[in-house]
Design a protein around this ligand. Structure first.
Ligand code: 5GP
Length: 192
C-alpha cells in the first residue's frame, strides 16, 4: 500500500537495529484516514476467502482490524493481554513472547466469540518473529476454527515470522514489507 509506505518513510523512526517506531499514526496516535485505506486493502486482498470473523491482539491491532471488519461486514475480536475480572473462565489462551517488550504474555479470548463455524482472518500491526500470530493460531486451534488468512500492516521481512508462516502454507498479505534498515533508512521489498 503506497500510502502506508510513504507514511513509514515520512514518520517512522528507527530504534536500534530492528525496531520501527510508528507511534504518530499507528501505535499511539492513530490516523483514521490511513486505517480506512488499510481496511479496504485487507478486504481487496482477502475478499474471496469467506471470512466470518477477524481476530487481533490488543491494543495496536485493533484499529486496522476494526476497519477491515467494517469492510468485510464481520465482527472483530481482540485477544486481551491482561487478566481481568470480566475475563476469567471459559477462555482460549496462548503464551506469546513479545518482541518489543521481551517478556512473555498470556493472550486470551472468551470461548463464546470463536467457534468451529468461523473462518478467521488474523490481523496484526507488525510481523517480526511471528510469535503473536503463532499465539492467535493456537487460539484458533483450541476453538476448532479455521484460518482464512493472515493480514499484517508492517512486515519486517528480514525477521523470521514470514518464513515460518510461508513454510506452513499460510496465506499471508502485508501492506508494507520492509526488506532492511540500511543506514537508518527503510528499504521496502521490491515488487516483481
Ligand atoms: P512477533 O510476534 O511477530 O515477533 O512481533 C510482532 C509483535 O511485536 C507485534 O504485535 C508488535 O506489537 C510488536 N512489534 C514487533 N516488531 C515491532 C516493531 O518494529 N515496531 C513496533 N512498533 N512493534 C513491533
Amino acid at each position: 500500500l503506497k500510502l502506508l509506505e510513504e507514511r513509514i518513510k515520512k514518520d517512522g523512526q528507527l530504534l536500534g537495529e530492528e525496531v520501527l517506531k510508528v507511534d504518530s499514526f499507528l501505535n499511539q496516535q492513530i490516523d483514521p484516514e490511513l486505517m480506512k485505506e488499510m481496511g479496504k486493502e485487507f478486504y481487496r486482498l482477502f475478499k474471496d476467502n469467506n471470512i466470518t470473523k477477524i481476530l487481533t491482539v490488543e491494543s495496536s491491532g485493533i484499529a486496522p482490524a476494526l476497519m477491515a471488519g467494517y469492510e468485510f461486514g464481520v465482527p472483530v475480536v481482540f485477544a486481551r493481554k491482561h487478566k481481568s475480572l470480566t475475563l476469567k473462565d471459559h477462555l482460549y489462551s496462548a503464551t506469546v513472547y513479545s518482541f518489543t517488550k521481551q517478556t512473555s504474555n498470556e493472550i486470551a479470548i472468551s470461548q463464546k466469540f470463536l467457534s468451529e463455524d468461523d473462518n478467521v482472518l488474523l490481523i496484526d500491526d507488525f510481523l517480526a518473529n511471528g510469535q503473536a500470530v503463532k499465539g492467535m493460531l493456537e487460539i484458533l486451534e483450541q476453538a476448532n476454527a479455521s484460518l482464512g488468512g493472515v493480514g499484517i500492516v508492517i512486515e519486517k521481512a528480514f525477521q523470521k515470522g514470514r518464513k515460518m508462516l510461508d513454510d506452513q502454507g499460510i496465506h499471508v498479505e502485508s501492506l508494507a514489507r520492509i526488506a532492511a534498515f540500511e543506514n537508518g533508512e527503510v528499504k521496502f521489498v521490491e515488487e516483481d
